[in-house]
Structures are given as structure tokens and as C-alpha cells.
Design a protein around this ligand. Structure first.
Ligand SMILES: C=C(O[C@H]1C=CC=C(C(=O)O)[C@@H]1O)C(=O)O
Length: 450
């Protein structure tokens, strides 16, 4: 299906290439369908790292594969690259044309063992992206070429595309857990107690504390199989994967941080948690109790105030509901307040993301005090867990979620992360239980049954 466009692509490349200088060229074409997960899985045969983003509610997929064309460390670099890029994209649909997949560290960490392959900020343009929006599919080819190498480039690109678009049945062998390692529960509960004590006697109001779980499996883990399981079980979440080196950070998060499309911003305040009920009646009762619970409402309100405080700087028409509603996920329900606004010209998604992160749903309040408490006391390397992850295109559209309900896969090992907001009345036993439930989406995706 791709071959038919190659003559056009070659002449575009020939016109765009500048002698002696490597310019980013980007070419997008509408194509007939390919399963985005298959495209991702096929990407494992190519050089380069893969990216996956899926939002079921928007019926939107974005998959990146193939050699890395640009690996940038700041959004300024991206803006600079985009200014001089030569782009052929008749569709201009959000998520097509050159797209940077973005991710970063939760906060600056000294120790980086687990996360050694993940830079503290990344804006990456891969050679190929597949965009699926509703029933439409687009392929984007990104290249850095100079005019001396156009012929070679076209031959290689064609081969790579054939690999990515190859039709086959995806198979995966069952995942088999061989070992599970967690921090001693008492140690973590003690930490929660320490946090509530600190909140009572200092001006710290809220801190989000996480714990990690390390799992070993009999065979090397396949990111595509984990993604498939997440897509089947976590329909209301944003499903993401990013590879760096031999590791893949993967998850299904319910928490959108910022989406911008055609100048409108959407964000969500998600904080305050309860389990799902065993049947419809108990589920509704638990939901009602969550909506009325003062500890959870306090936890939630901190997030609403902080997020709306930031967004108001960028808009004159913030849309904020009177109170939270329930967000029902497979294993959990959350207090949820959706927020939207038309943003004034000139503000970029990245600028707003950087100002919002970390919201009190992942850091705490006051921000600096909470971050210091986390850095000092939390027994894990957060790395990219809890930080913004997403993508942006060159038309000022983009989407970013908070990377929770996630894990870092590397070979036969997976390290999972789960945290919870702690306020003055938090009960260590209940918070421990809450994090145990927050591990479940990833445990289920890794086919861990106990
Ligand atoms: C930190 C996590 O969840 C946050 C997001 C939603 C609800 C939360 C809560 O109720 O504690 C947390 O703030 C996590 O899942 O690892």
C-alpha cells in the first residue's frame, strides 16, 4: 500500500533536501488501515525505540517506531526544529505531521539505577508514526536528509515501512511469574504515619507517597502483549508505552494532565479513591460514600484549586463543574472534576504542563515541601512514574497524561508503581490497601493472578 506513494515521496524528498545540511523533512499520507498494536509489535524488528499512545474515549492512537530522527531535551529545541522543518501534510489532522513523543522525570534525582536509560526530559521524533483517529489512518515519515543521500534514504525507508506494515497474527506466550518482591508493608505504613504526623505539626497539607513492587518472570516480557491486555481491561484510561534502551515504561492512566486541540484545553482533576463494589448496589453505595467523604474531598479539592489556579492565567473562560463526579475504572473509582478552557494565543501545551506538574494529585501541598518530603523519605526511584507523558504536533495540538498505574519492564523483570494522597486524617492501613488496588491494572496486564 505504501509503494504507490514512493515516487511522490522521492520527489518531495529531492525538492526538500538541502545540499550539505540535514533538514527535518516530514511527509504524511492517508492510508488504509493497519492494527496500531501490530505496527507497534512490528517495530521491534527495526532499529530505534517505540512509542504507543491510545485514548479510547477519543478513538485515537499514535504509534511511533523506527530509528530516532531527533532526540531533544527541551520543548525549545522542538520549537526550533519545527520552525525549519519541511512538511508535506495535506490532512493537518491533530497528531499527524511531525510529532514529538514527550516524557520526563518526576523530579531531579541523584540516584538513577532503575531509570538509567530514561533521560530527565525527552522530546523524540521517530522515523515513522502511525496516527489512527476514528476510522482514518495516517502514516508520517520523518527523516533528516541531505541532497547527496536521497536515493539511499528512499530504499531504506521503503524496506522499513514494509517491515512495519507487514500483516501477521500477533501471538504471545502466557506470562509466568517466578518471583515477587515488595517493601515490608509495616515499613510503608510507618512512613504514612510519619507523613500524617508531619502534616499535623507543620504547614505541609498533603503529600503523595508511592511504593514499588518488583516482579520476575520466566520469559522476557513483550510490551505488545502487555499493551494488548491493558487495552482489553482498562478502556477508560490512556494507554502508553515508551522504550529507552532495553526498558519499556508502560501503563494505563486515568489522569489526563493537559490536552490541547484547536486552542481548547482540557484537563482533569483526579484524586480521592475507593474500590469498586461487588455488585451494582454496593458499587453505588461506595461511590456515594466517596462523594461525601471529607478526607477524600479535601484531597480532591487541593488538586482542583491548584489546577484551576494555573489554568486561569491562560484563559478568560474556564469551565468548571460545581463539584466532582465519579470516574469508574475497572478496579477503582475516583473523584473526578473535568475542566476545559479556551486558551489565549501564544500559550503552548508544554508551558502549561510544566507549570502544572506535579499537581497535588502526585506531589502535594505546598509543592516544594511535599517534593522535599518525597525525595527524602519515599523508598523508591520514581523516575518517569507520576510525571507528564504524551505527545505534541507542530500545529500546537497535543495530549499529556500523568504516568501512573504503570511499570517499567526490562527483560524478564517488571517494577510497578502505586501511590496515594496522604492528608492529616489518612489511615495507613487504608492507604496501603488503596495502593494494593492501584497495582492491580498492571498486575492483571502482566497476567499475575494471585
Ligand atoms: C498516585 C497515584 O494516584 C493519584 C491519582 C489519583 C488518585 C489518587 C489518590 O486518591 O490518592 C492519587 O492522587 C497512583 O495511582 O499511583
Amino acid at each position: 500500500m505504501i509503494q504507490q506513494y514512493m515516487t511522490d515521496f522521492e520527489s518531495f524528498l529531492r525538492n526538500a533536501a538541502v545540499p550539505g545540511r540535514q533538514t527535518l523533512v516530514s511527509w504524511t499520507e492517508k492510508i488504509s488501515g493497519i492494527d496500531p498494536l501490530l505496527f507497534f509489535a512490528n517495530g521491534s524488528s527495526l532499529e530505534g525505540e517505540r512509542h504507543f499512545w491510545y485514548s479510547q474515549k477519543d478513538d485515537f492512537y499514535l504509534v511511533g517506531a523506527g530509528p530516532t530522527i531527533m532526540d531533544m531535551r527541551s520543548s525549545h529545541e522542538w520549537e526550533h526544529v519545527i520552525e525549519s522543518a519541511i512538511v508535506h501534510n495535506l490532512s493537518a489532522v491533530p497528531g499527524t505531521g511531525p510529532v514529538a513523543f514527550c516524557g520526563n522525570n518526576f523530579q531531579t534525582e541523584q540516584l538513577r539505577q532503575l531509570w538509567k536509560d530514561f533521560p530527565s526530559a525527552q522530546y523524540r521524533i521517530p522515523a515513522f508514526t502511525l496516527t489512527k483517529t476514528k476510522a482514518n489512518y495516517y502514516i508520517t515519515i520523518n527523516q533528516l536528509v541531505d541532497s547527496a543521500h536521497v536515493n539511499d534514504a528512499v530504499t531504506v525507508i521503503l524496506e522499513q515501512l514494509e517491515t512495519l506494515m507487514a500483516d501477521r497474527t500477533l501471538t504471545a506466550s502466557p506470562m509466568q511469574l517466578t518471583n515477587k518482591q515488595e517493601l515490608e508493608p509495616q515499613v510503608w505504613k510507618q512512613l504514612i504515619k510519619e507523613a500524617t504526623n508531619t502534616i499535623r505539626v507543620t504547614d505541609l497539607d498533603k503529600v503523595v507517597l508511592a511504593r514499588a513492587m518488583k516482579l520476575e518472570f520466566a520469559e522476557k516480557l513483550q510490551a505488545a502483549a502487555v499493551l494488548r491486555n491493558l487495552m482489553n481491561s482498562q478502556q477508560d484510561s490512556f494507554i502508553f508505552a515508551v522504550e529507552n534502551g532495553s526498558a519499556c515504561f508502560i501503563g494505563a492512566t486515568p489522569e489526563r494532565l493537559v490536552r490541547v486541540e484547536a486552542g481548547t484545553l482540557y484537563t482533569s482533576c483526579v484524586a480521592g479513591t475507593a474500590p469498586r463494589g461487588k455488585d451494582a448496589v454496593s458499587d453505588a453505595e461506595i461511590g456515594k460514600a466517596l462523594l461525601e467523604d471529607s478526607k477524600n474531598r479535601e484531597e480532591h479539592q487541593y488538586v482542583v484549586e491548584m489546577i484551576t489556579g494555573v489554568i486561569r492565567k491562560y484563559t478568560d473562560n474556564l469551565q468548571l463543574p460545581a463539584g466532582p463526579e465519579l470516574m469508574k475504572l475497572r478496579q477503582l473509582q475516583h473523584l473526578y472534576t473535568p475542566v476545559s478552557a479556551d486558551i489565549r494565543n501564544g500559550a503552548s501545551m508544554q508551558q502549561i504542563v510544566q507549570e502544572l506538574h506535579p499537581t497535588p494529585a502526585l506531589g502535594g501541598l505546598p509543592k516544594e515541601k511535599a517534593l522535599a518530603f518525597i525525595a527524602d523519605r519515599e523508598p523508591l526511584e520514581r523516575g518517569w512514574y507520576g510525571a507528564p507523558i504524551g505527545w505534541m504536533d507542530s500545529y500546537q495540538n497535543g495530549d499529556t497524561a500523568v504516568a501512573i498505574r504503570s511499570g517499567l519492564l526490562d527483560g524478564k523483570q517488571a517494577v510497578l508503581f502505586a501511590g496515594c494522597g496522604v492528608v492529616k486524617d489518612s489511615d495507613p492501613e487504608l492507604e496501603f490497601e488503596e495502593t494494593a488496588i492501584k497495582f492491580r491494572p498492571m498486575l492483571e496486564a502482566l497476567e499475575v493472578t494471585e
